[in-house]
Design a binder for this molecule. Structure first.
Ligand code: HAM
Length: 412
């Protein structure tokens, strides 16, 4: 990431920190790699991520380790390891960093990509679902992405009470239509039938459009949880589209799942962020039953979506003031003044390449400096420097002793 992109990344992280902190989330950093089973057990052996996309290798101690393909498994693993949710405590955490998936690279899909995410552990109430969705939605709005360019998809995956029967029903549906489905979907009947909803093959999509909907077969508890989430979203004025084919690519989900997609700029990789509830994940690691939920958003895709919507990333000037020297008899004063300006909180730059005065002005322009302080032997002899407004080209003399204050006043 060169400075243009790195600056955007820092902006995205700053906006995230500010917003997530307001909602009570605390930062967490997890390792870039974990024991492989953290992901295989958490995300699910039959998922594409675990079965095809992990960077897994043996370390020198013969242990199988994997570069993290996502953050949720690691956050839940560490919360359990460090007892963050002991005695019913709630943990609200956020993270940002690189993730690794061995996918076929294309626009918006890379093998090392960056995510920002949040996780809430210990919260079972549907207000938590609505809050997490509101944070994701609000984050994209805070970045300046217009509402109209986003589509929030919402679904419920059910739970252990209603999903197994539904899963069996879909497996039977797939077997009954296997002649019209691709080989992969056919295999999914045995491994992960709900993933057939996610197949990109048009023939499979057509068949699956006729499959029974989980929404219609949710148990009482899941149906009322789902209804409450929708009520809370309605109250917040967050528009959503119910999509029963939204199954997501990770097996840990229960109940609410969601994704935000954009129309423009991303082609088929149009999900900029997504997440859901995973009430059984901590148990999968041998911990106590602890509800959880969260989201992650992709940095690269968010940038592409912002670009397509014509939203820029704020780029502060690299220098507000440039301190220029007329010749090298005044180098010490120039160096000293630049330092005093920086200590006063002003972005100041000076020449380190023995440039001519003319090219120092050009450099000042390139850096976006609004003022140049010109230090020359004649002015210095009078105890003064010249303050040049780069916009109006107006020049004023000020006493060297008050040059810092004069610059502060001029910058307003
Ligand atoms: P995910 O949907 O797999 O969910 O990834 C979240 C986001 O990461 C996607 O919406 C996308 O923007 C970005 N992303 C994923 N793969 C790539 C890739 N290969 N290249 C570029 N961007 C990518 C999760 O990872 C879950 N851990 C989300 C979650 C948190 N669920 C609950 N808590």
């Amino acid at each position: 990431m060169l400075p243009d992109v790195a600056r955007a990344w820092e902006h995205l992280q700053r906006v995230a920190q500010e917003l997530f902190t307001r909602y009570g989330y605390e930062p967490v950093y997890t390792p870039l790699f974990e024991h492989t089973e953290v992901f295989s057990r958490g995300i699910g052996e039959a998922t594409d991520i675990v079965s095809k996309e992990m960077y897994t290798f043996e370390d020198k101690g013969g242990r199988s380790i994997t570069l993290r393909p996502e953050g949720t498994a690691s956050v839940v693993r560490s919360a359990l390891e460090h007892n963050l949710t002991a005695n019913g405590a709630q943990a609200k955490l956020y993270y940002a960093g690189p993730m690794f998936r061995y996918e076929r690279p294309q626009k918006g899909r890379m093998r090392q990509f960056w995510q920002i995410g949040i996780e809430v552990l210990g919260a079972a109430e549907p207000t938590a679902d609505a809050e997490v969705i509101a944070v994701l939605w609000g984050y994209f709005e805070a970045l300046g992405l217009p509402r109209e360019s986003m589509r929030l998809l919402l679904n419920s995956m059910g739970d252990d009470a209603c999903r197994p029967a539904y899963r069996d029903g879909i497996a039977a549906f797939i077997r009954a239509h296997s002649a019209d489905l691709c080989d992969e979907c056919d295999r999914r009947a045995a491994t992960n039938p709900l993933r057939a909803f996610d197949c990109k093959n048009p023939a499979c999509r057509e068949v699956m459009a006729g499959a029974p909907l989980l929404r219609d077969e949710l148990c009482e508890a899941c149906a009322s949880h789902y209804a409450a989430v929708k009520t809370h979203l309605d109250a917040l004025g967050i528009p959503y589209v119910e999509d029963s084919s939204l199954v997501r690519g990770l097996d840990y989900y229960t109940r609410t799942v969601f994704e935000i997609q954009v129309e423009a700029g991303l082609g088929s990789q149009n999900a900029i962020g997504g997440g859901g509830r995973y009430d059984r994940l901590m148990e999968a690691y041998g911990g106590p039953a602890t509800p959880g939920l969260g989201f992650a958003l992709g940095f690269e895709r968010t940038l592409l979506a912002l670009e397509a919507a014509g939203v820029g990333i704020p780029a502060p000037p690299r220098a507000e003031v440039y301190v220029a020297r007329v010749d090298d008899t005044v180098t010490a004063e120039v160096f000293g003044l630049a330092q005093r300006l920086r200590e006063a909180g002003i972005a100041a730059e000076l020449d380190h390449q023995a440039r001519s005065l003319k090219s120092q002005f050009k450099q000042a322009d390139r850096l976006g400096a609004r003022f140049v302080v010109i230090v020359g032997p004649d002015e210095l002899a009078a105890g003064e420097v010249t303050l040049r407004d780069m916009g109006t080209k107006e020049e004023t003399r000020v006493a060297l002793g008050i040059a810092v204050d004069a610059v502060i006043a001029a910058l307003g």
